[in-house]
Design a protein around this ligand. Structure first.
Ligand SMILES: Cc1cc2nc3c(=O)[nH]c(=O)nc-3n(C[C@H](O)[C@H](O)[C@H](O)COP(=O)(O)OP(=O)(O)OC[C@H]3O[C@@H](n4cnc5c(N)ncnc54)[C@H](O)[C@@H]3O)c2cc1C
Length: 294
């Protein structure tokens, strides 16, 4: 083993796709790396029936791509709507209708119990019955790569814990990106965010602290997802009891939905209106209450 001596070190080990326990079949694939993506593309070309486990970001994007390639696609999701954790029930419902209209079979409010490879197909067992597939794509969340941190004795709680300066519980050891659960001064809690834009800015902030420039990581989180011809963007963080105010039209799939808390914008989700939520700066500006739809 080769050893490096360090003055300061950054852990940016990311996450890995969560597999379905007990399933070892080449009909069941996860998506994390470019290699995974190329493998899925090749396999999709040769199959007809595709089952997607999980209706989050990865599951929805995979489903939209597979449908666009002419495949028969079924998505199995535990919640009542797709992407409910990120979008909430109302906007999650809008996205669910988009997938339904595109021809995706949805098995919602359903839990996958196991996946069996019969030799000629995969059989997905759910609490609502079985579904057969030529290929199963798993988008069932991720597992943070915290093994190194644990071995090094760092505090870990669903991610490598850091303060707002990306400093872990051990001096001179920093963490950033998907693997880090970082104290956010604005929200007053530790957050672990799995988005590209956050990872990029978190890395920059951590690097500044590592070279002695104090830098608080207080980014307001922003992400996008492309599904079919639609682009959805979100900036900020909401609570279930926030007031939802919609500008534009949910039915016409062109809207910006503002989550308001105490008269301020806590979060914006926009569909096919890229300018509304393209700048995190918009999230912190004060806002007066508006009518429910304008
Ligand atoms: C299919 C897919 C689509 C996505 N789409 C979007 C999107 O549309 N919008 C968005 O905002 N975000 C998206 N993301 C999330 C985004 O890619 C991540 O938030 C971002 O890559 C996190 O960056 P990171 O550097 O923290 O981790 P990673 O990019 O995961 O990099 C971590 C690296 O560390 C390496 N590593 C791990 N352990 C070790 C070790 N012990 N020794 C050496 N190396 C190690 C890993 O191999 C990996 O290369 C997507 C992710 C996936 C998988």
């Amino acid at each position: 083993m080769r050893r490096w001596v360090y003055s300061r070190i950054l852990l940016a080990t990311g996450v890995r796709a969560r597999p379905i326990p007990g399933v070892d079949s080449d009909r069941v694939l996860t998506l994390r790396s470019l290699r995974d993506a190329l493998q899925i593309r090749d396999r999709l070309a040769a199959v007809e029936k595709v089952v997607v486990l999980g209706g989050g970001f990865i599951g929805c994007e995979a489903a939209s791509t597979a449908v666009s390639m002419g495949k028969r696609v079924t998505v199995i999701e535990r919640s009542e709507t797709l992407m409910q954790a990120a979008l909430g029930p109302v906007l999650g419902g809008v996205l669910t209708d988009v997938h339904r209209a595109a021809g995706v079979q949805l098995v919602l409010h359903s839990v996958v119990q196991s996946v069996e490879d019969t030799g000629s197909m995969a059989v997905v067992h759910t609490d609502r019955g079985i579904i057969e597939a030529d290929l199963v794509l798993v988008g069932a969340g991720t597992v943070p790569n915290v093994e190194l941190a644990l071995e090094a004795g760092l505090e870990v709680d669903g991610g490598v814990l850091t303060d707002e300066f990306s400093q872990t519980s051990v001096p001179d050891v920093f963490a950033a990106g998907d693997v880090a659960s970082t104290f956010h001064p604005y929200y007053g809690t530790h957050l672990r965010v799995e988005h590209h834009d956050t990872a990029m800015h978190h890395g920059i902030s951590a690097a500044k602290n590592m070279i002695g420039i104090d830098d608080t990581f207080s980014e307001v989180h922003w992400f996008w997802t492309d599904q079919y011809e639609h682009t959805l963007q979100q900036v900020g963080r909401a609570r279930p009891d926030d007031e939802l105010v919609v500008r534009g039209s949910l039915d016409e799939l062109s809207f910006s939905a503002f989550s308001l808390r105490d008269g301020r914008i806590a979060k914006v989700i926009s569909l096919n209106r890229p300018r509304t939520s393209s700048s995190p700066a918009g999230c912190s500006s004060p806002n007066t209450r508006r009518p429910q739809s304008c």
